[in-house]
Design a protein. Structure first.
Length: 342
């Protein structure tokens, strides 16, 4: 069967509309410029900007799987935070086993330890996502209220299981030796780990964009987001695609959990539910089902949170909510909404 048969319909868009469609890309540099003007000190601005980008990249990693799951499967998964927390605790366990590697001055051993921890977390959360979808999500497809209730219940159960396996206490997650300390650029001090987080987040975004735009699997996902019934009518097993996407989203949440744990250097059973507030804000800002919108939204949230925390700490508590309100007043469906076929 020809792949052109399942390609989403492409319509010619007027130049003016094309400009307004690309306008959101400018929001990130515009916010960075406003931050520089408000902060005044270039060194402080550079430190805060890198910190904001790192925070945004980690939120994007956790949010990207959730937005694709919603766009393709129409599933509101409040249990997504469970995969974040489980991923962090699995990463903690693996890094504890590899303590000799993380304490070594060898950069290669440090990187190997982190990669093994990330891989283990993604495998465990991917398998957990399989069980979660089969047992909890599959019976409530198409019923949003039930989805909210049962996935929230799944999150609570997962948190209690973390208590059983790892205990109720807050755990300290030490960064490997190579990721500790800062790089000094002029008067600015930039943490090494934040640079690593930016690099990993950017690489993941480019990889996801390539897969969604240039591969058959990505073509099926995009077509399924726009019109799942058409894809199924053409002979593709959309339910199997649902399962693969759900497991991938769960694995990405596990990856984000490890990175967020190393970022905060402490992990708790409730960390997933706490970070989910920012994750849902990013998904809503970006447009449900849009990876590009999710990426821009995450960077905006990360930068704004760091700038306001420096300039006006009390305002930082509501800055992300205010950003979401402003974006939705401008674009009610988000920055880059995915329009489904009717």
């Amino acid at each position: 069967m020809s792949e052109t048969a399942i390609k989403p319909r492409i319509e010619k868009v007027p130049l003016r509309e094309q400009f307004f469609q690309k306008l959101p890309v400018l929001l990130v540099p515009m916010l960075a410029l406003l931050g520089l003007m408000a902060i005044g000190n270039p060194a402080s601005w550079l430190t805060l900007t890198v910190a904001g980008l790192a925070m945004g990249m980690m939120i994007f990693i956790m949010a990207s799987g959730l937005t694709v799951v919603f766009g393709l499967m129409d599933v509101i998964n409040f249990g997504h935070g469970a995969f974040v927390a489980v991923g962090a605790f699995v990463g903690f366990t693996v890094l504890a086993w590899l303590a000799g590697w993380t304490a070594s001055p060898s950069v290669m051993l440090n990187l190997a330890a982190v990669l093994i921890a990330i891989l283990a977390a993604m495998v465990v959360t991917g398998l957990l996502g399989y069980a979660f979808e089969r047992v909890i999500v599959m019976p409530v497809y198409g019923e949003h209220l039930k989805q909210i209730l049962v996935t929230m219940g799944g999150l609570i159960v997962a948190q209690q299981m973390i208590y059983v396996v790892w205990g109720p206490d807050e755990l300290h997650l030490s960064r490997p030796e190579a990721f500790q300390g800062s790089i000094v650029l002029g008067e600015a001090a930039i943490e090494k780990y934040r640079l690593v987080a930016v690099a990993i987040g950017l690489a993941l975004f480019l990889a996801m964009r390539h897969i969604l735009k240039n591969t058959k699997v990505g073509l099926l996902v995009r077509a399924g987001v726009e019109n799942g019934e058409m894809v199924e009518a053409l002979g593709y097993r959309i339910r199997r695609l649902f399962l693969i996407v759900f497991m991938t989203g769960s694995a990405l949440a596990g990856l984000g959990g490890v990175m967020w744990g190393l970022y905060q250097e402490t992990i708790t059973a409730h960390m997933g539910s706490e970070i989910m507030v920012l994750v849902f804000i990013v998904v809503i800002i970006g447009g449900l089902g849009s990876v590009e919108g999710c990426f821009i939204g995450a960077l905006l949230v990360g930068l704004l949170a760091n700038y306001t925390a420096f300039l006006a700490p009390k305002v930082a508590l509501i800055s992300t909510i205010a950003l979401m309100v402003a974006i939705l007043m401008w674009r009610p469906q988000g920055i880059y909404p995915v329009v489904k076929a009717k």
